[in-house]
Design a protein around this ligand. Structure first.
Ligand code: SF4
Length: 218
């Protein structure tokens, strides 16, 4: 039996031991051997399935969601992301970089286009394609979804492919805003350590993205 016959491709969540991407499964095995206490599996979406906002990243970080099992939890990017979501009313509680903290999302879901951590943070195009059913199913499972914030142009293009739209739909770059199917999309620079340390993305710039979301959905 082929591996994809063992996986429910109608679900928004892949199985914990999803076997579909050989390179990513091999990387998972390496991480499992080196760090058996880590999560080491497809990172599930985190948040409110009835939310009007989705934040879409590309793939989990090795020491972030791959380690903790919750998107943007445990690596640098989470601090700015969750602080900004709290400031703009999309999160409550305290983010402490671990999945059992008190942070909760309100009216917001965070997901990744590719659910398994890739080597060097770079999934291959074939892996994006293989994981796409879960992204598509996640979109379909959010009946109130209105606005999607994509974190970086690669995430933006991945979303467009999930929506069967051309990559030329909407402009690249920070603050680009456009319609994609039934959704309004806002693209942001990724809240990575590189972008924040170099000043490419400031906390104010990032907050402005979510203030704009508020204008669109309230
Ligand atoms: S990236 Fe997606 S499709 Fe590939 S192994 Fe992980 S969960 Fe499965």
């Amino acid at each position: 039996m082929h591996a994809d016959q063992l996986v429910d491709l109608t679900s928004p969540e892949p199985p914990r031991d999803c076997p579909l991407c050989p390179r990513l499964v091999a990387y998972r095995r390496v991480n499992q051997a080196e760090h058996p206490d880590w999560y080491n599996g497809p990172a599930p979406s985190f948040g409110d399935w009835n939310g009007r906002l989705m934040v879409a990243g590309l793939a989990p970080g090795r020491t972030g969601a791959n380690r903790t099992g919750r998107p943007f939890t445990g690596d640098h990017a989470g601090w700015l992301l969750y602080e900004t979501l709290k400031k703009t009313g999309f999160a409550t509680g305290d983010y402490e970089a671990r999945p059992d903290d008190t942070l909760r999302l309100t009216d917001c879901m965070i997901t990744n286009a590719v659910r398994c951590a890739p080597p060097l943070n770079k999934p291959e195009t074939s892996e994006e394609k293989t994981c796409r059913p879960f992204f598509v199913n996640t979109l379909a499972a959010m009946p109130n979804l209105k606005v999607i914030v994509t974190l970086g142009d690669v995430s933006r293009r991945s979303l467009l492919r999930a929506l069967n739209l051309k990559g030329s739909t909407g402009a690249p770059g920070h603050g680009s805003e456009f319609d994609a199917g039934p959704y309004r999309v806002i693209n942001s620079y990724h809240c990575s350590r590189l972008n924040t340390n170099t000043g490419r993305l400031t906390p104010a710039m990032f907050e402005d993205i979510f203030k704009r979301v508020r204008e669109l959905i309230d």
